[in-house]
Structures are given as C-alpha cells and as structure tokens.
Design a protein around this ligand. Structure first.
Ligand SMILES: [Zn+2]
Length: 279
C-alpha cells in the first residue's frame, strides 16, 4: 500500500497572500506555480493508494484555506482521500471549531506553530491538544523551519513538542519534513515518544542532508516511525520515490556507511493510516 501522508489543496490567488507568494518565489530561481485544483490533486495522486490532504489556516503567515474545500474534495473520494482540518489556536474557539470540522468529515488536524505564531504549549493551544486526545484525532505538525519572513523560528524546534507529548501522551502526531533542519532533534524525540512520528516529504532534493538524517535514524533505530509523503504540489509522487531510492545508491557510490534499500522501501510502503488510527 502506497500512502502519501502530506499533500496540499489550495488556490494560489484566493488562499495565499502576495507576501507569502513573494517569499516563496524568493527561494527559487523561477517562480513556481503552486495552484492546486481538486482535479489537479486527484491526477497527481494517481500513483498512490491513499493520501492525506489538508488546506491550512495561518493568518499570521498569509495562508487561509477554507476547510469546506478540503472536506468537499475528501468526501467525494472517501475510498482514497483522508481530509485533515486546520485549527489556528491563536484565533479559533478551538473546541467548537474541531467539532464543526469533524462533522464535515475531516479526520485529523494540521497545525504549524511557526506559521501560526504560537508556542506549542501556550495556554491557547492546550484545549486543542486536549480535545484531539479525547477524540483520537491525529495531527500533522509543521514543526521545523519555513521560508516566510514573518514566521518565528523560536516556536519551530521539534523539541518543543516533548512537553505536549508528556502532557497529552495519547495524541498521535506526525512531524512534517522530519523537522528540518532539526532532524536530529526529531529523531531523538520520536525515539522517546511512542505516539510521535515524522514524514520525509520534500527532503529528497537536499540529498546530503537526507542521507545523514536517514543514517542517523537507522543508527538510533527509529526508521519504522518514518512515513512517506510528497508535500504536493512542491514535489510529485514519482520524484519523491525516486529521490528516496537514490539515497542508498548515493551512499554506495561515495563509499559511505550504507542505507539499506529495504529500509527505504519500508518507509515508502509504510501503513501510515493504521499507525495514526485512520482506516
Ligand atoms: Zn506541506
């Protein structure tokens, strides 16, 4: 079973601010088109069996995707698509908004403290963790850096999730992008905390960093907690799989300590949804 646990659905002109797009394009040599219609998403997910899709609401960083769009799309393809809601604990009446979005059919929560400008254990965020623990809703947490200038790095280190895990131990969460550039912190955290996992989306195009991260995860014995994801539209399924498979080959060519191929295949075909309590 091939599961993409990290994909986006949003309309570039309607849901992303000019400042967000300018910051995104500043990172690239050529402007990128990150507009995603439901049709475009559906076509991009053709190679996978299942996928998780989210919008995201982070007014602080210029992102505001209505969850109705995500729910409408996920509900049209229940056999394949799992929709996650977005909660912004700095603005929402959290409990009410979680219940409203669950009623829409959304089955997990996407948050990003760096984008939404909150400390993970801030008092405003606690009702969210508490409610999700009670309801068994898993999280994708963008805990790591980003390109938007206004988004505070001080809230972004994965270590900040340790206090959340200790206070709300049943909450299952996936740290996006292995918490880059704090992959080491993510690895030691997922080793200690049974319900924290991490995805490898959008890391393959920094192969040296990914090699080192995978090798470290192997040495710490946590590769069974790593998930496959693309971060579509940032990367395609095919490029992401090829990029991951390239890492063991890179190690061989450079005569570096090995990354076993079966380890990479195990990540690509991980039964992510079951581990998150989703089916
Ligand atoms: Zn993403």
């Amino acid at each position: 079973m091939l599961i993409d646990c990290h994909t986006h659905l949003w309309r570039q002109s309607e849901h992303l601010s000019d400042e967000f797009l300018a910051d995104a394009n500043r990172m690239r040599e050529e402007p990128i088109d990150i507009d995603v219609t439901p049709d475009k998403h559906w076509q991009a997910m053709e190679p996978v069996d299942r996928c998780i899709v989210f919008g995201f609401r982070a007014a602080h960083s210029g992102i505001d995707v209505p969850d109705e769009l995500i729910a409408g799309y996920a509900n049209a393809h229940p056999e394949k698509v799992v929709g996650f809601m977005s909660i912004d604990p700095t603005r929402d009446n959290v409990e009410e908004e979680i219940e409203r979005r669950m009623a829409m059919g959304l089955r997990g929560i996407k948050v990003g403290p760096i984008y939404q400008n909150f400390r993970p254990m801030h008092e405003h965020a606690q009702p969210m963790w508490r409610k999700a623990e009670k309801l068994g809703l898993p999280f994708t947490v963008h805990q790591g850096t980003t390109f938007t200038r206004v988004s505070p790095l001080k809230y972004a280190n994965p270590i900040q999730l340790e206090d959340v895990a200790l206070a709300y131990p049943e909450v299952r969460m996936v740290i996006a992008h292995l918490g880059h550039p704090w992959e080491l912190e993510t690895i030691v955290l997922i080793r200690k905390q049974p319900n924290i996992y991490a995805d490898l989306s959008a890391l393959w195009y920094r192969p040296w960093q990914l090699y080192n991260s995978l090798r470290l995860a192997y040495e710490y014995g946590v590769t069974h907690k790593l998930f496959f994801g693309t971060d579509f539209p940032v990367a395609s399924v095919e490029d992401s799989i090829n990029g991951l498979r390239e890492i063991p080959a890179l190690a061989r060519r450079a005569n570096l300590p090995e990354i076993p191929e079966e380890l990479v295949e195990g990540i690509i075909y991980r039964d992510t949804l079951s581990l998150l309590g989703l089916h």
